[in-house]
Design a protein around this ligand. Structure first.
Ligand SMILES: Nc1ncnc2c1ncn2[C@@H]1O[C@H](COP(=O)(O)OP(=O)(O)OP(=O)(O)O)[C@@H](O)[C@H]1O
Ligand SMILES: Nc1ccn([C@@H]2O[C@H](COP(=O)(O)O)[C@@H](O)[C@H]2O)c(=O)n1
Ligand SMILES: [Mg+2]
Length: 212
């Protein structure tokens, strides 16, 4: 598998049943970023319930791809165990398909873009600009505690992989947050507090999307 995005192929995959490009639709996309265990998935579930967004977790899509028996499954499995970032073309294809299948115009894209390659490739391929980036800030001590207590049987929730994921987050994902921060697009949340308190802060950001 090459690392260069096959633009025409992906552009085709980017069309809905009527042949419209995703980027032609009035889509609202919010990227949800934060360290491993900062509470992205937990808060996305709350946002879905209150604000009618569809939640797409890049990590969940990759894990489903492993289970599906796809030809990329072993490669993805090995990268997740090492806390490494899967090549963008794989993740973007999964996200595009999920967005087209989603039948919604509001998406929370959780755990993506994880590095500059993810960010630039998504922008080039989909032409979609995020509305904003919701960024959950949390200490490594707290995130480590949460991940070691998660008990969901994830292959990467062990101390060795957790430390690698923290390193990748600092080295590769923080620069993405800085990219959007320089453009005034980051909404930062103190995620070290109890779930309900974090959601109160999230509500303050999502109130414009309230249907009431
Ligand atoms: N504010 C919080 N306080 C305490 N525990 C929390 C909080 N938010 C989430 N948790 C718990 O921490 C664990 C990790 O949360 P979650 O899965 O939402 O994190 P995540 O950011 O999606 O992690 P990952 O990047 O590994 O997917 C879960 O067991 C969850 O129940
Ligand atoms: N854009 C992404 C997102 C995730 N991964 C891989 O999946 C792992 C788990 O992700 P979570 O968001 O569920 O924690 C992550 O450590 C990466 O290995 C990816 O490659 N690209
Ligand atoms: Mg998650």
């Amino acid at each position: 598998m090459g690392s260069v995005i096959d633009a025409p192929k992906v552009a085709d995959a980017n069309k809905d049943a009527d042949g419209n490009l995703l980027s032609d639709k009035k889509l609202t996309v919010v990227f949800v970023l934060g360290g491993p265990g900062s509470g992205k998935g937990t808060q996305c579930a709350n946002i879905v319930e209150h604000y009618g967004f569809t939640h797409l977790s890049a990590g969940d899509l990759l894990r489903a791809e492993i289970k599906s028996g796809s030809e990329n499954g072993t490669m993805i499995e090995n990268m997740i165990k090492e806390g490494k970032i899967v090549p963008s073309e794989v993740t973007i294809k999964l996200l595009q398909k999920a967005m087209l299948d989603g039948g919604n115009d509001r998406f929370l894209i959780d755990g993506f873009p994880r590095n500059e390659e993810n960010r630039a490739a998504f922008e080039n391929v989909t032409k979609i600009e995020p509305e904003f980036v919701l960024f959950f800030e949390c200490s490594e001590e707290e995130m480590e505690r949460r991940l070691l207590n998660r008990n969901q049987g994830r292959a990467d929730d062990n101390i060795e992989t957790i430390r690698k994921r923290f390193k990748v987050f600092v080295e590769s994902s923080i620069p993405v947050v800085e990219h959007y921060d320089a453009r005034g697009k980051v909404r930062k949340i103190d995620a070290g507090r109890p779930v309900e308190e974090v959601f109160e802060a999230v509500k303050g950001i999502f109130s414009p999307f309230s249907s009431n």
